[in-house]
Design a protein around this ligand. Structure first.
Ligand code: GDG
Length: 736
C-alpha cells in the first residue's frame, strides 16, 4: 500500500528523557495538528530531526528513541552538534530566514554553512530514500529543506513530491543576492507541486525561476526538461475547533479551576472595567517587529494621553534561536525598551507594559486570547501569522478587535481587521484609538465574517487541498506523459512509416531541428543535421518539406544548394528541389509601413529586443530581454497591434519569444494542406515547437502523426522533449 511521507526539520513529537527512559509526547504546533488528517497512523511516516544532537543521545537510548518515535509514526534523522550549528543555526537561520524576510543586512553568506546545509539536506533525502517506495507521496516542509526535493527526484524520478514554504518567498531583487540561488531553485524544482501561503510569494518565485534559470513559465506551470511543475498558493489555516473548543471550555471553568494568570487578569478587569488589554504574541524574532511595536506604543501614549492608565500592553515573546547573535541583540533591545517605556509612563497604580519572555502552556495562551480586547500584531514580514487567526477563533461572543500588519500573509484573508503598515506610527496610534472605540456591533459583524472563513478554511482543509492538488498534478502529468513518444510508440510510428509508399514530412526548423540562439542568424544547421536531412530528402518515396517562419534569404543561403523542399515565412514562399523561391500565396505588404514604427517604438523601449523584417511579415523578437519585462511588453504590444490591425486582414502570431504580424490568410496549416492535396500520401508527419505550428496540427487530417517539441499545451497527438529527441526520431525513420 502506498504511504505518505512528511518531512520537516522537527518532528511532531517532543522527546522527554526521564529515569533513563524515553517518551515521545505529541507537540501542539499548528503544523503537527494540521497534518493529523494526513498523518493518520499506518499509511504515513513523518521524518525529521528529534531535537537532540548525536552527542546528547547516549548510545543505549538511541534504539529506545526509535521505538518511542515509531509509536507516533515518526522516524529520526541523526544530526551532530556541528551539523545543527551549520545547517540550522547557520544557513537556515542566518542566511535564508533573514534574506527571505527582507533583512538583507542580517544575511550571512558563508560557504561552510552552505556546505553543511547541502550535506544535511542530503541526509534527509537519504532517510526518505531508505523508507520510500515508488508509489509513495512525499511532502517536504519549509526553508530548512529546500534541496531535498531534487535530491530525492534524482534517485526516484517517478515519485510524487510536494513542497510547502512556510515563510515568504522574497522578490527576485532580494533573492538574487544569494550566491547559491540557482541551486536552491533547482532543489525546489525537484517537486511536482510547490506551495506558498499567498499569491505574492508564488509570483516572486516564478519570477526568480524565469529570470535566473530562464525556464518557460505558463500561468503557474513551470516547464523543466520533461516535467511540468505546478506552483500554487494554499493559505494555511488553524485547527479552528481546537481553539474555539478551548475558549468555550474556559468559560465553563469553576473559580477554583481558573489559572493563576486568569485570576490576575480578572482582578484587573474587576478593579477597572474600562481598562483595555492589548495583546501581542510572537516568537522573539526581528521579523515580528516587536521593538517597533514598543516604539509605536510609546508614540500612541504620547498622541492619545487620555489612555494613560486605561490601556495595558501584554507582550508574550517566546524565546527562539537564542544561539544566533541577532536574536540576543534583539532580546537586549526589547528588554531595554520595555524598561524605558515602563519607567517613563508607570504610575503607582499602572504599569503600561506587561512583558513575558517565555513560552506559556496552551491553557494560558487561551487565557490571554480570551481576556484581551485587542490583538495587536505588527510583523515587519510574516509568511502567514497564525496568532492572528487563533485570537479571532477564541472570541466566542464575537467581540475583540484585531490590528494586523499588512506585511503578514494572513492580512490577505483578514481584511475585516484593522490593517496597518508597521512602520507608520501615526496610522498605528489611530488604529488603536479606533479599536478602543469600536462599537460592539461593528466588532461582532467583522468577527462573524472572519470566524466563518477560519472555520471553513481550517488547517485540515489546507492540508487536504495541498494533497489533492499534488495528486491532480501527478494525474495530469501521467495523462500528458502518455502522449510522450516512448520506444514502443516510436517503433509503431516507424513501422507505419516504412510500410507507406508515399510519405510527406513537414519539419519546422527553429526549436525543432535546431536549438535557439540569441542571434537567429547564428542558429544555422550543423553537419549532423545536413546529413540527416540529405538522407531523408533522398529517400525513395519521401517528400520532405522544411516549413518555417524564417525569411527566404536565410533559407536560400542555408538550404537551397541542398535541394530540399522549403516553405518559408509561414507559407508565403515555396522552393522545390533547389529552385528559387516563388510566391505560394498572393499577399500584400503595404501595411508594413504602418506597423514598422509601432514595432520600432517597442524596440526603443525594450532593451534587447529587435525587429526582423521579412518580405511579407514583421517580427519583433524579445528572447534577449529580461523575461518578465519581455512578457509584459509582448502583452502590451499584442493589445496595441490588435487594435491597429482590426480591418487590415492581418494577424498577430505569438511565437516562442517572438511576435509576428503577417497576412491572415498565410499560415503553416494552410500551406501544408496545399502540399497534401498534390498527391496521394499514405503517411503524413508534422513536427514543430511553437504556436505557429499548431495551425498544422489542427488542420492536417486526423491520420497525420503530429508531434510537439516541448511540454506546452498543444493540439498535436504526441510530444518529444527537445531537439535531441527530434533527431533520434528522424534517425529512426532513416533506419527503417
Ligand atoms: C512560521 C512562519 C507561518 C506562540 N507562543 C506560544 C505558542 N505559540 C504558538 C501560536 C501559533 C504558533 O506558536 C506561532 O505561529 P506563527 O504563524 O504566528 O509564527 P511562526 O512560528 O513564525 O511560524 C509563519 C507559520 O510558520 C505557519 O506556516 O504562519 O509566518 O513564520 O500557533 O499559538 N503556543 C504555546 N505557548 C506559547 O507561549 N503553547
Amino acid at each position: 500500500m502506498s504511504k505518505t511521507i512528511i518531512i520537516s526539520n522537527r518532528l511532531p513529537v517532543q522527546l522527554q528523557i526521564s529515569n533513563g527512559g524515553i517518551t515521545a509526547v505529541p507537540s501542539v504546533g499548528g503544523l503537527a495538528t494540521g497534518m493529523k488528517s494526513v498523518h493518520s497512523s499506518g499509511d504515513s511516516l513523518w521524518i525529521g530531526w528529534s531535537g537532540l544532537t548525536d552527542e546528547e543521545i547516549p548510545d543505549e537510548l538511541s534504539g529506545k528513541i526509535d521505538e518511542a518515535l515509531a509509536k507516533h509514526g515518526s522516524s529520526k534523522v541523526r544530526l551532530t552538534a556541528d551539523e545543527v550549528d551549520g545547517f540550522y543555526y547557520g544557513f537556515s537561520n542566518r542566511t535564508i530566514w533573514p534574506l527571505f524576510h527582507y533583512f538583507l543586512e542580517y544575511s550571512e553568506f558563508e560557504l561552510d554553512s552552505w556546505n553543511t546545509y547541502k550535506a544535511v539536506n542530503q541526509k534527509f533525502a537519504d532517510a526518505i530514500l531508505e523508507k520510500a517506495g515508488d508509489e509513495d507521496t512525499i511532502w517536504v516542509h519549509d526553508y530548512q529543506l529546500m534541496l531535498v526535493p531534487q535530491m530525492v527526484r534524482e534517485k526516484r524520478p517517478n515519485i510524487s513530491i510536494g513542497f510547502f514554504l512556510h515563510i515568504p518567498f522574497p522578490s527576485f531583487e532580494i533573492f538574487r543576492t544569494m550566491p547559491w540561488r540557482e541551486e536552491v531553485l533547482r532543489g525546489l524544482l525537484g517537486s511536482d507541486l510547490i506551495g506558498f501561503h499567498i499569491y505574492d510569494y508564488e509570483r516572486h518565485f516564478l519570477s526568480s525561476v524565469r529570470r535566473l534559470l530562464g525556464l518557460d513559465v505558463s500561468f503557474n506551470d513551470i516547464y523543466l526538461d520533461n516535467r511540468v511543475i505546478k506552483v500554487d498558493s494554499f493559505p494555511m489555516g488553524i485547527d479552528y475547533k481546537k481553539f474555539r473548543g478551548a475558549a468555550e471550555e474556559h468559560e465553563k471553568r469553576t473559580p477554583d479551576e481558573v489559572s493563576e494568570l486568569q485570576k490576575r487578569l480578572n482582578s484587573h478587569k474587576v478593579s477597572d472595567p474600562d481598562n483595555k488589554f492589548l495583546l501581542s504574541i510572537d516568537r522573539l524574532d526581528y521579523s515580528k517587529g516587536i521593538a517597533k511595536r514598543l516604539n509605536a506604543f510609546e508614540y500612541f501614549l504620547n498622541k492619545y494621553p487620555q489612555y494613560k492608565e486605561k490601556v495595558r500592553l501584554i507582550i508574550l515573546a517566546v524565546p527562539s534561536r537564542s544561539n544566533v547573535p541577532q536574536y540576543q541583540l534583539l532580546k537586549r533591545e526589547i528588554d531595554e525598551l520595555v524598561g524605558r517605556i515602563n519607567g517613563e509612563f508607570s504610575t503607582v497604580s499602572w504599569t503600561p507594559i506587561w512583558y513575558f519572555y517565555r513560552s506559556m502552556p496552551f491553557d494560558n495562551l487561551i487565557d490571554l486570547y480570551t481576556s484581551s480586547d485587542i490583538a495587536w500584531l505588527t510583523p515587519l514580514r510574516d509568511g502567514m501569522n497564525l496568532v492572528a487567526k487563533e485570537y479571532i477563533a477564541t472570541r466566542t461572543d464575537k467581540t475583540g478587535v484585531l490590528i494586523l500588519s499588512e506585511m503578514a500573509g494572513s492580512a490577505n484573508e483578514m481584511n475585516e481587521s484593522l490593517l496597518i503598515n508597521p512602520n507608520n506610527f501615526e496610522q498605528i496610534a489611530d488604529a488603536i484609538n479606533e479599536a478602543i472605540n469600536m462599537p460592539i456591533e461593528e466588532q461582532q459583524a467583522k468577527n462573524e465574517q472572519l470566524q466563518k472563513r477560519l472555520e471553513r478554511y481550517n488547517v485540515e482543509k489546507w492540508a487536504n487541498d495541498f494533497m489533492t492538488s499534488l495528486k491532480e498534478q501527478r494525474d495530469r502529468e501521467a495523462a500528458n506523459v502518455s502522449a510522450r513518444i516512448t520506444e514502443d510508440r516510436l517503433a509503431t510510428i516507424v513501422q507505419e512509416y516504412s510500410k507507406a509508399k508515399k510519405r510527406l514530412l513537414f519539419l519546422d526548423y527553429d526549436g525543432t531541428l535546431a536549438g535557439f540562439h540569441n542571434d537567429p542568424q547564428k542558429a544555422g544547421p550543423d553537419e549532423e543535421l545536413y546529413e540527416l536531412l540529405d538522407t531523408l530528402h533522398n529517400q525513395e518515396g519521401t517528400e520532405l518539406f522544411l516549413i518555417s517562419g524564417r525569411d527566404k534569404d536565410t533559407f536560400t543561403k542555408w538550404f537551397l544548394p541542398k535541394g530540399y523542399n522549403m516553405i518559408v515565412e509561414h507559407g508565403v514562399w515555396i522552393s522545390r528541389k533547389g529552385e528559387p523561391f516563388k510566391l505560394l500565396e498572393n499577399v500584400k505588404n503595404d501595411w508594413m509601413e504602418k506597423i514598422r514604427p509601432v514595432l520600432e517604438s517597442f524596440v526603443d523601449r525594450t532593451p534587447g529586443s529587435f525587429i526582423e523584417e521579412k518580405n511579407y511579415s514583421l517580427a519583433w523578437h524579445y528572447r534577449k530581454t529580461d523575461p518578465d519585462f519581455g512578457n509584459l511588453r509582448a502583452t502590451e504590444l499584442s493589445t496595441v497591434l490588435t487594435s491597429l490591425i482590426g480591418t487590415d486582414d492581418l494577424s498577430v502570431l505569438n511565437g516562442n519569444k517572438v511576435m509576428e504580424v503577417k497576412s491572415s490568410n498565410v499560415n503553416k496549416g494552410r500551406a501544408s494542406m496545399r502540399m497534401l492535396g498534390e498527391a496521394d500520401y499514405n503517411f503524413v508527419f508534422a513536427i514543430g515547437d511553437d504556436w505557429t505550428d499548431e495551425f498544422m496540427f489542427q488542420e492536417l487530417p486526423d491520420s497525420t502523426v503530429t508531434v510537439k517539441v516541448g511540454r506546452q499545451k498543444t493540439s498535436a497527438k504526441y510530444f518529444v522533449e527537445d531537439t535531441k529527441k527530434v533527431r533520434t526520431l528522424l534517425k529512426a525513420f532513416i533506419k527503417s
